[in-house]
Design a protein around this ligand. Structure first.
Ligand code: ZN
Length: 306
């Protein structure tokens, strides 16, 4: 898993050195740690799509009208939903894995998205820095529990703005969620989980997604914890060679976890992405989590009638 190792180099060196407390418990193996990294990144992408879902079904925002703002909001909502409490173990958290994931994407040229996606997404470094900045802003204690993330946040933001940015996000999220205590007795979300059969080349990605229970646990969170009247199918599926990561499709009311994305986090640029179909219906007309890594092909000119 070359990306997991890159992440360890990029983030863990600073984060773990500063945050990891010596533990008498059994040390997790490297495989556990890499699985945790992949899972953390996929959880962030899934919650990014939950952001699009909430913007669509609860906040009624026109996301196609301002994609850049919608993408940033979806990242912010994801960060707010998965941010670890300051007293939790931070270095293995999903939010920190996601910071590493975006830095790795930047390192791999993810900062120069292909048209027509170029203007729709914040650049990958800014996405990493913004998660870091919001986490810093979420903790008022001294020293800040997330202090190890300061160098990352300051890549794109003035650290003195992070508290204000978090407070604004927190106010807007509290407005959306209201009083969450009364949810458990009266579930209002309608959520189904489905895994489409994978092609043989994506079988490992399918199996990882199923075994990770990311979609199943997300479904439970939507019903028991998020507790808003959303209606959504959480679906594992192939999205084709120009997969947008994960995707929320408003018309179909579904969040698709693309097997190609799981495969990429597990194996890097393996054969799966290239071997897939050009574009599957699962990826059509949706709000993706990132720019496509492969530029879409031009449509062939239509043949004149004989
Ligand atoms: Zn998105």
């Amino acid at each position: 898993m070359p990306f997991a190792r890159s992440w360890l180099g990029l983030v863990a060196a600073s984060v773990i050195a500063c945050l990891a407390a010596p533990s008498s418990a059994q040390e997790p193996s490297e495989t556990d740690f890499e699985d945790q990294w992949v899972t953390g990144n996929l959880v962030f992408l899934a919650y990014h799509e939950v952001g699009h879902l909430l913007l669509d079904q609860v906040m009624k925002v026109d996301q196609q009208g301002n994609r850049l703002a919608a993408e940033q909001s979806a990242d912010d909502i994801a960060t707010w939903l998965i941010s670890p409490d300051p007293e939790e173990e931070i270095e293995s958290s999903e939010a920190v894995a996601a910071i590493g994931g975006w830095l790795v994407q930047a390192d791999n040229g993810g900062d120069t998205p292909h048209p027509p996606d170029a203007d729709l997404y914040p650049d990958a470094v800014t996405r990493a820095a913004r998660i870091a900045c919001l986490l810093l802003g979420s903790d008022e204690s001294q020293p800040n529990a997330f202090a190890a993330l300061e160098p990352i946040a300051s890549l794109s933001f003035d650290l003195s703005d992070c508290r204000t940015a978090y407070e604004a996000l927190d106010r807007s999220m509290e407005g959306v969620f209201g009083d969450a205590d009364e949810i458990a007795d009266n579930p209002v979300a309608r959520v189904r989980v489905q895994y489409d059969a994978p092609s043989p080349v994506l079988a490992d990605a399918h199996d990882f997604l199923v075994e990770s229970r990311i979609l199943d646990e997300l479904g439970e969170d939507l019903v028991d914890y998020i507790g808003l009247p959303v209606d959504v199918l959480l679906r594992g599926a192939s999205c084709g060679r120009d997969s947008p990561g994960f995707v929320y499709n408003p018309a179909r009311r579904e969040i698709v976890a693309c097997y190609e994305e799981v495969d990429w986090f597990l194996f890097g640029d393996a054969a799966a992405g290239q071997a897939g179909a050009e574009r599957e219906t699962a990826a059509a007309d949706g709000l993706g989590s990132r720019p496509r890594r492969i530029p879409p092909r031009q449509k062939p000119p239509s043949r004149p009638p004989r």
